[in-house]
Design a protein around this ligand. Structure first.
Ligand SMILES: Cc1ncc(COP(=O)(O)O)c(C=O)c1O
Length: 480
């Protein structure tokens, strides 16, 4: 129910005070003056409080229950970091304030950049990009600028493995590259022969996720790095899902030249929350001059914004990045410390492997064996036998109060779940999830139609996905 449906004429929740300024005159041009009252909902304060409280209670969130959304890292993030980001000194500053009055904010950005460089093994970094995909685009523009700066205009190709996150080929294309897809090997990792065939003097960059979207670590990464650099190309690291590597190893040490991170996954801002994200891009020294402007620099113990970078790819958005996300990342890294971050990596891997061992008794694991922070399971055979699809199982999970895992991704696995328990879940919640999953498979064997018609307990039942994508309705219809 929308707020307009509970509206009753003349019900009032809030009244603006009478204007008590004498000789008050607003010089609004006649054509801009509203001729009719706006169509606002007429509700009491209690109506509106109840309405939004009820809506909030219908929402599913990581604060409500298990959220194993692979490749999206919906982990619990300490609330203290939200509090810190809301400090007035951070939340009320204006981007146009003089530098002398924003030294604390600039210092935070400068130090965050240094900490993230240390964590990733990179030598310089921009905090400006607003999301992972935005970081990728920034990284691709840097790769392009690098080759062009050497007068090398023939490098028009970007290689992307078929297991890559969908944003990778899209970002490479947006930056003007031709995307060359290479098939993964039978173990789900980069096939060195395929890579060798695709690598030539026209390749600008290879984009890789490690661990890849199957949750597997690219064991041949040093060899891959050597092959790519030998051909004069750059190696790009999609570090959206860094949890598994934290404190263990660094993309910079593996030979990557450009790295993007998703602070809204690994560093204390939830992914998929609909709010601001942040996708910092780190580079090795030889690419630092191409980073976007402005950059935060320190001169004579003072911090300032530097716009004077003649080789920079320029502005990639307004201002200096999504600052509140940066504050949360800073607070998170400082409160976790080296040992805490290392533990994040350990727990992300331990939890994923513990759950994988439980799930493999229920579903097939697409690429069996040790995984990193996530793994991909498939019920393709089960679907052929029973007609019950991964989508039906996912809908039934909602009935049990569990958010469904990511599905039908990566595209090289069918009828799959991409499961990421994250480092913040307890053994109890992992056991419970496996128990529920096993129960649903039993239900599907006994009565496939029952599972095919799930969910039964959610506020909204099964939606028509096709209709929703073909004829989306984005706003309330005032016509009624
Ligand atoms: C591996 C990988 N790369 C890139 C992205 C894109 O990040 P964003 O959604 O912030 O654009 C994601 C997001 O889920 C991802 O999992």
């Amino acid at each position: 129910m929308t707020i307009f449906e509970i509206s009753k004429p003349n019900r009032i929740g809030f009244e603006l005070p009478e204007n008590n300024i004498e000789d008050f005159e607003l010089n609004i041009p006649e054509h801009l003056i509203r001729k009719e009252q706006p169509n606002l909902p007429q509700v009491s304060e209690l109506d509106i409080v109840r309405h939004y409280t009820n809506l909030a209670a219908k929402n599913y969130a990581v604060d409500v229950g298990f959220y194993p959304l692979g490749s999206c890292t919906m982990k619990y993030n300490p609330k203290i970091n939200e509090k810190i980001a809301n400090f007035e000194g951070f939340s009320m500053i204006h981007p146009f304030q003089p530098h002398e009055t924003t030294q604390g904010a600039l210092k935070l950005m400068f130090e965050l950049k240094e900490m993230l460089c240390e964590i990733t093994g990179m030598e310089d970094m921009t905090l400006i990009p607003s999301a992972g995909a935005h970081g990728e685009l920034t990284g691709m523009l840097i790769a392009r600028a690098y080759h062009l700066s050497k007068g090398d205009t023939k490098r028009t190709k970007a290689i992307v493995p078929d297991s890559a996150h969908g944003t990778n080929p899209a970002s490479a294309r947006m930056a003007g590259f031709e995307v060359i897809e290479i098939k993964s090997g039978p173990d789900g990792r980069v096939d060195l022969e395929e890579l060798n065939k695709a690598l030539d003097e026209n390749v600008a960059v290879l984009m890789l996720t490690n661990p890849n979207t199957l949750g597997l670590f690219e064991k041949d990464i040093l060899k891959i790095s050597e092959m790519v650099h030998e051909k004069g190309a750059l190696l790009y690291y999609d570090g959206a899902n860094l949890n598994a590597l934290l404190g263990r190893t660094r993309p910079g040490d593996m030979g990557f030249d450009i790295v993007h991170l998703n602070l809204h996954k690994t560093f204390s801002t939830p992914h998929g929350m609909g709010g601001p994200g942040s996708g910092p891009v780190g580079v090795k020294k030889h690419l630092a001059k191409f980073l976007p402007i402005p950059e935060v620099i320190k001169e004579d113990d003072k911090y300032k914004l530097n716009y004077n970078k003649p080789d920079s790819i320029g502005f990639i958005r307004s201002y200096y990045g999504n600052f509140s996300v940066l504050v949360k990342a800073y607070a998170y890294i400082k409160t976790m410390g080296n040992d805490g971050l290392k533990k994040v990596g350990q727990m992300a891997i331990l939890n994923a492997n513990y759950l994988r061992k439980k799930v493999e008794k229920i579903m097939d694991i697409a690429y069996p064996g040790f995984c990193m922070h996530e793994f991909v399971s498939t019920c393709e055979k089960f679907t052929k036998e029973t007609g019950v699809k991964a989508l039906d199982i996912a809908k039934r999970l909602l009935d049990y109060g569990v958010h469904a895992p990511t599905m039908y991704f990566p595209l090289i696995v069918h009828e799959d779940f991409m499961i990421e328990p994250t480092e913040t879940e307890s053994k109890d919640s992992l056991d419970k999830f496996a128990e529920i999953l096993a129960k649903i498979f039993d239900e599907a064997r006994e009565n496939p139609d029952f599972v095919k018609n799930a969910p039964y307990n959610t506020p909204v039942k099964r939606l028509d996905d096709v209709l929703a994508s073909r004829k989306p309705v984005f706003k309330f219809d005032f016509g009624k």
